[in-house]
Design a binder for this molecule. Structure first.
Ligand SMILES: [Zn+2]
Ligand SMILES: [Zn+2]
Length: 314
């Protein structure tokens, strides 16, 4: 890319600068639940932003997000976009059930799915190792219903102020994944470090709202990518799973130090963040009960109002 186009790009970014005005994020799958909802090891959330409705991840079991959406009166027939943060089963399990539940009434509902490059790499699993082609199969099944996948290698602005990080550069060796999986990439077999893992970033006047599935790229790498791709603002809210539930003491200390530099205002810690880790982050980042809570199914974050954790997590 020449000088002119870099300049043009910089101008486009500066002129861009769109901020999200209205934002509500509702958790549809995580471990903790009360009321009529079901908990599970998984994650899903509905994002409502300036009139756009986006489903972020789809839970683990085939029917839990469907049931929770019904019990929470969330209408998924009016949601065109899906984001799958990464290929793990606990984020993709409800995907086809949900698509099938809406497509007859509204063919365009849940028909447009955004993923990071690497989503469909065959994985090797088990002993003896067999090629796991479940994501490849899911792609075929979805496309047969008229659904379309869009795969990203770079950050992208989906709507004004609504960004996907794209695959996250692994600047720091956070190594935030199990370490046992292998995958087949176009250049050969490698450790499965979930190269497709990406987060949704909402650019608000109060700062960035970062929504992660498991955060396998590392929560710090993910926030750094958000600050590079969108703007170097404070983190108004960190929401979702960041896979620190089993992190060692030094990892937690290092993560807290780095998070301090991002001025995090709110944490809604779901799924693989770990319950103990949410309390640890609350204490170490000087937050209180109103600003750092464990997410329950139905928990909400609303721009201007903050966190509503539901009864069980209050
Ligand atoms: Zn997960
Ligand atoms: Zn995962």
């Amino acid at each position: 890319m020449g000088l002119m186009s870099w300049a043009a790009l910089a101008t486009a970014r500066a002129a861009d600068g769109a901020r999200v005005q209205a934002l509500k994020i509702t958790v549809l799958s995580t471990m903790l639940a009360d009321g009529d909802e079901l908990g599970e090891w998984g994650f899903a959330a509905l994002v409502e932003v300036d009139g756009h409705r986006i489903l972020f991840d789809t839970g683990a079991k085939t029917d839990v997000v469907l049931k929770n959406a019904r019990s929470l009166s969330v209408d998924l027939t009016t949601v065109p976009d899906v984001i799958l943060s990464h290929s793990h089963w606990d984020h993709t399990g409800g995907f086809m059930t949900l698509r099938k539940s809406v497509m007859e009434k509204t063919p365009a509902a849940l028909a447009h799915t955004h993923v990071g490059e690497g989503m469909f790499y065959p994985r090797n699993s088990g002993v003896p190792r067999v090629k796991d082609l479940s994501m490849v199969a899911l792609k075929g099944e979805y496309e047969a219903t008229g659904g379309k996948f869009v795969s990203y290698t770079q950050p992208v602005q989906l709507y004004p102020g609504v960004w996907l990080t794209g695959p996250v550069p692994r600047k720091y060796p956070e190594r935030n994944w199990s370490g046992s999986g292998r995958m087949t990439t176009p250049t050969g077999e490698a450790e499965d470090n979930l190269p497709e893992d990406m987060a949704l970033v909402l650019d608000t006047a109060q700062g960035l709202v970062v929504l992660t599935g498991c955060g396998h790229a590392g929560v710090i790498n993910t926030i750094e990518q958000a600050r590079t791709a969108v703007r170097p603002a404070r983190v108004h809210a960190l929401i979702g799973g960041v896979h620190l539930f089993n992190a060692k003491e030094d990892t937690l200390n290092w993560t807290v130090e780095k998070l301090r530099g991002f001025d995090v205002d709110n944490i809604l810690g779901a799924h693989c963040t770990g319950i103990e880790v949410v309390y640890r982050l609350r204490a170490d980042l000087g937050l209180d009960r109103a600003h750092a809570v464990v997410a329950a199914v139905g928990a909400k974050f609303e721009l201007g109002k903050g966190l509503d954790p539901r009864t069980i997590a209050k």
